[in-house]
Design a binder for this molecule. Sequence first.
Ligand code: ADP
Ligand code: ADP
Ligand code: ZN
Length: 209
Amino acid sequence: MKLIFLGPPGAGKGTLAARAVDLITVPHISTGAIFRSAIAAKSPLGLTVKAIIDSGKLVDDEATVKLVRERLAQQDVQKGYILDGFPRTIAQAEALAGFSKADKVVNFDIPDTAVLERLSGRRVCRQCGINYHIIFNKPQKEYVCDACGGEVYVRDDDREEAVRKRLEVYREQTAPLIDFYRRQGLLVDVDAQPGTEGVVSNFKKALGI
Ligand code: ADP
Ligand code: ADP
Ligand code: ZN
């Protein structure tokens, strides 16, 4: 199954993807996570995108599409994938249609108030990328990842100024994809407001699994 996860920052896409990969056994591809690893490794890509990401803007379509095209050419994703955080613009969606066809687009339906609450408490493991939340999903030891012992930190783009920018970018550039995919009959709405177990259950129902 080839799925696109579409939704505002902080909607819970990464969290659901981590659960969904066990249900449908396909790789989880998060463009944001790929960029964060590149930044941590100080690779040429990482050095180019760090300031853009920290400010809450989008990386340019050309570089992002190239990255995804190369990733989707690999063997492990030929039967399926979860694309989390891509496409984020109409131009990216049109480019994607030229090299891969998704079966469904999962639209995370969630009000802004919930998104702000999730983003303001989000913490991430610097080493393995797992998400935590200071209220909803705490690591057992503060600042330490349960899975790998890595440092749990606040993403630079989860600071207030960048969050405002990211929500504005979402509304202007990404939200138009909802209608784009609805018109193609690919969109599946999932109520993303309940707790994680509730969202997993809504996802299973929406996809008939
Ligand atoms: P979120 O948790 O907000 O959904 P991501 O981890 O998906 O964030 O992305 C973090 C940042 O990485 C984005 O704000 C953007 O700067 C960059 N990014 C990720 N995916 C894309 C994309 N498809 N196009 C452009 N920039 C992207
Ligand atoms: P996205 O990938 O869409 O940006 P994340 O999966 O990183 O979103 O989730 C954002 C924050 O909200 C994280 O701190 C995560 O632990 C938390 N979170 C995710 N899903 C839920 C949920 N269903 N209920 C409460 N908190 C959640
Ligand atoms: Zn970790």
